[in-house]
Ligand binder design. Structure first.
Ligand code: HEM
Length: 504
């Protein structure tokens, strides 16, 4: 080897070293992004996350300890800015709410199901989102409308009680999660279509919407578009699934339309009381009247958004009632005090049950169904915590940390509903206006528009189940609070308790 070769090799190595350092640094630099874990050139932190073989939320949980309240992750071509402190979340989502109220770009597969972001949850902050959200809130979440739909809850919850009793008789225990999912899903389907739909069809809708959620989870090409050709088969599968989703839901839309136009009498809710009724005549900016494809997307988002979240909360609440019989007894006594031993729990009863409300709040505090809210984006480049937040970055609010933080909660790992009656939880406001201490529904412009309805479903089902049955641990499948991620953060081993009718 000649001297010039050695010099050339040395220069190459120096360049490589500089190049690696330059491209592996996450955050900082002239862009002034928040700091972050060093990554690899081009792919950033993407493969480091994939190689850990655990869900992203657990990776973030560890990184936040090291990098603090705001940090950057470079996932291929996507920049993620993770925000986890109460102060920064409050600043971004409440004080400067409109600025952080948008959503990032969708992947090609997600765009198939959202028909180009025509859904409340995925629309960018602007006239389309405003129209869709306002329509949903004013048509479906008013006290009058919620009352008008109470027959749906009664019908679905009576079926729920019969089903769990039969299941317990036949197999000795109750599958809490699957039963709660089915019941909540059937309520939301009826709210959307105003009709009683048979269980078989509800199960098909539930199953297809679960497949939609699975197929829209982030994939490699969402971060590195160069891999898109390798995922053509998945795009085809997504198109096929979309076809089946439309095939299943469009007939329900058509028969409701016929009813609204006076050509079909086989409906349980009066004209105007179903969500889809409000969409038939809606004019949305940039799109005009909504077509059948858009209607399928809009009803699907309501059914999906409300099902797993509520069922997850119910399963965690029951886990604690099974594990701590004293809490269950106190709740039972409150329910009997309100309803009587042989009475029927109604919606006006649950409003008068402070301990029930404390149990549900403690469940959301201890087990927020999602550890992040949906991805946000800034409407324009801005600053947060002294760092730059580019317009095209996804801003991820890691909200689970708020309720794990020992400086905000006494013994945060303990399940103690009493804290919401006379302790550190008394003044908590879940809408976060004055400050954020827990935010299971998000806060600010994008706060869950149906959080009161979600809480009503959970309160009612929990009160009914505890009023009718004593819930006990199953010795063959002991309650196990180990978590895993399945759209929401659920139990790794689903809860299968025993039930004994209270009337015995
Ligand atoms: C009790 C269970 C529920 C929980 C824990 C929950 C939680 C959430 C969260 C965390 C968000 C995202 C907020 C953000 O991005 O900042 C959200 C958004 C949303 N939720 Fe819920 N939710 C629940 C029930 C429901 C129900 C029952 C419905 C419909 C009937 C619903 C419809 C929606 C919609 C449409 C959005 C999108 C809002 C927007 O982007 O403007 N949710 N929810």
């Amino acid at each position: 080897m000649q001297v010039t070769d050695v010099i050339l090799l040395g220069l190459c190595l120096l360049f490589l070293r500089w190049w690696w350092r330059r491209w592996s640094t996450t955050g900082g630099g002239p862009k002034n992004l928040p700091p972050g874990p060093p990554g690899w050139p081009i792919v950033g932190n993407l493969f480091q996350v994939i190689l850990q073989r655990r869900h992203f939320i657990y990776v973030i949980r560890d990184l936040h300890k090291k990098y603090g309240p705001i940090f950057t992750m470079q996932m291929g071509q996507r920049t993620l800015i993770i925000v986890s402190s109460a102060e920064l979340i409050h600043e971004a989502l409440i004080q400067r709410g409109p600025l952080f109220a948008s959503r990032p770009k969708d992947s090609p597969i997600r765009l198939i199901f959202s028909v180009g972001k025509c859904a409340i949850n995925s629309a960018e902050y602007g006239p389309l989102w405003r129209t869709l959200r306002k329509n949903f809130v004013t048509e479906m979440i008013t006290p009058l409308r919620i009352k008008q739909c109470s027959w749906i809850r009664k019908w679905a919850m009576e079926a729920h009680m019969r089903r769990i009793q039969q299941e317990a008789r036949e197999q000795g225990f109750v599958q809490v999660m699957s039963n709660c999912r089915l019941t909540i899903c059937s309520i939301l389907i009826c709210i959307c279509f105003g009709a009683k739909i048979e269980e078989k069809r509800i199960k098909s809708i539930e199953s297809i919407l679960k497949d939609v959620m699975l197929i829209t989870l982030p994939k490699l090409p969402d971060f590195l578009p160069v891999f898109t050709p390798l995922f053509r088969r998945q795009v085809k599968e997504a198109e096929e699934l979309r076809r089946r989703q439309v095939e299943l839901l469009a007939p329900l839309i058509r028969s409701r339309k016929a009813y609204v136009e006076g050509n079909n009498s086989d409906m349980a809710s009066p004209v105007g009381a179903a969500y889809v009724d409000s969409l038939f005549g809606l004019e949305v900016p940039g799109r005009g009247r909504l077509g059948e494809e858009e209607l399928v997307t809009l009803v699907s988002e309501i059914i999906s958004a409300g099902t797993d979240t509520s069922a997850t909360a119910l399963e965690w609440a029951l886990l604690h009632l099974v594990m701590d019989q004293e809490i269950q007894e106190r709740l039972y006594r409150e329910i009997v005090g309100c309803v009587g031993k042989d009475g029927v729990v109604t919606e006006s009863h649950v409003e008068k049950m402070p301990y029930l409300s404390a149990v549900v709040k403690e469940t959301f505090r201890r087990h927020p169904p999602s550890h992040f809210v949906l991805s946000h984006a800034a409407t324009e480049e801005t600053k947060l915590g002294g760092y730059t937040v580019p317009k095209e970055a996804s801003v991820e609010f890691y909200t689970a940390w708020l309720t794990e933080d020992p400086s905000m909660w006494e013994d945060p790992n303990e399940f103690r509903p009493e804290r919401f009656m006379s302790g550190d939880g008394v003044d908590v406001d879940v809408t976060g206006t004055k400050g954020v201490r827990m935010m299971p529904f998000g806060v600010g412009r994008r706060i869950c528009p149906a959080w009161t309805m979600g809480i009503l479903h959970i309160n009612m089902l929990l009160a009914k189940m505890v009023h009718a049955f004593h819930w006990l641990p199953n010795p063959n499948s002991p309650p196990d609070p180990t978590e895993t991620f399945a759209f929401t953060v659920v139990m790794n081993n689903p809860l299968k308790p025993l039930i004994v009718p209270r009337s015995i």
